[in-house]
Design a protein around this ligand. Structure first.
Ligand SMILES: [Zn+2]
Length: 266
């Protein structure tokens, strides 16, 4: 009987994947990472890709991944954090990433950010930093997870110039014509759980073929019910909204997105 139950459970196997979260930042919020992982597993979230944002956080999440098999790691430096580092410090971090390449599944979170007008004067430096990380991802044959706030076209042009193939555009907030360009390049868009209410992300889902979609939470940010903090267990809201918009069952959405993950990461 026990075996039968197990077999039935496997037949009905749900595997939700959060391809972009920062559960390390829950520690600062006083939230237990252990409980957060337990809650994710209870809710069928079997994989969480935690994205690094700077050398300190990269060290923390590498340790988390060594402790929990459900946690996968992307290492990188967030564009605004990279601006605070010297070239030497960035190169040192790249060396550390290469040394730990067997423990990571992707490079990220990296990208360009022009959220404020005054950041435009840092664009060349940001592009130089991003170039290093994209080339690193290409040389390690791993996907790169990209932040492109208010710099979507610059980011896409640079990725095209560098001939990047394995790309996830995370929380993409650019024009719909750029969504077409992303999918024509064979890249992926990861849809955050706040697509539950956010019209921009709902439009992105409408515009993107199912084959190019992944799901994320960006924990602790972007809670699907506007609460704080977010957690990977909430990634189900992305799946539900994608299923609704595409007119398919939740099961079909889960299966396809799991296949998309495998296509890109394996
Ligand atoms: Zn992020």
């Amino acid at each position: 009987m026990k075996n039968l139950n197990k077999a039935l459970k496997e037949l009905n196997y749900n595997m939700l994947i959060d391809v972009h979260c920062h559960i390390d930042k829950l520690i600062e919020e006083g939230v237990s990472v252990e409980n957060c992982i337990k809650n994710a597993l209870k809710n069928d979230v079997k994989l969480m890709v935690v994205n690094g944002t700077n050398p300190n956080q990269n060290a923390i999440i590498l340790e988390l991944a060594k402790k929990h098999k459900e946690i996968k790691v992307a290492l990188g430096i967030y564009p605004l954090d990279a601006l605070k580092l010297s070239q030497d410090e960035i190169d040192k971090e790249i060396e550390l990433i290469i040394k730990n390449k067997e423990f990571i599944v992707a490079i990220g979170e990296v990208g360009l950010d022009l959220k404020e007008e005054e950041l435009h004067k840092t664009l060349d430096k940001q592009k130089a930093n991003l170039t290093k990380f994209v080339n690193l991802a290409i040389s390690l044959k791993k996907p790169v997870i990209i932040h492109s706030r208010k710099a979507e076209l610059h980011t896409i042009e640079l990725l095209e110039q560098l001939n990047a193939k394995k790309v996830i555009m995370h929380c993409f907030s650019g024009k719909m014509s750029l969504v077409d360009r992303i999918t024509k390049n064979g890249w992926f868009l990861s849809i955050p759980a706040n697509v539950n209410y956010n019209q921009q992300f709902q439009d992105v889902v409408k515009r993107t073929p199912l084959n190019n979609l992944l799901c994320e939470t960006d924990t602790p940010y972007l809670h699907p019910l506007k609460e704080w903090p977010n957690e990977p267990a909430n990634v189900i809201y992305s799946y539900k909204k994608i299923a609704e918009i595409k007119g398919i069952t939740l099961k079909e959405a889960e299966k396809q997105i799991e296949n998309n993950y495998k296509d890109l990461f394996e």
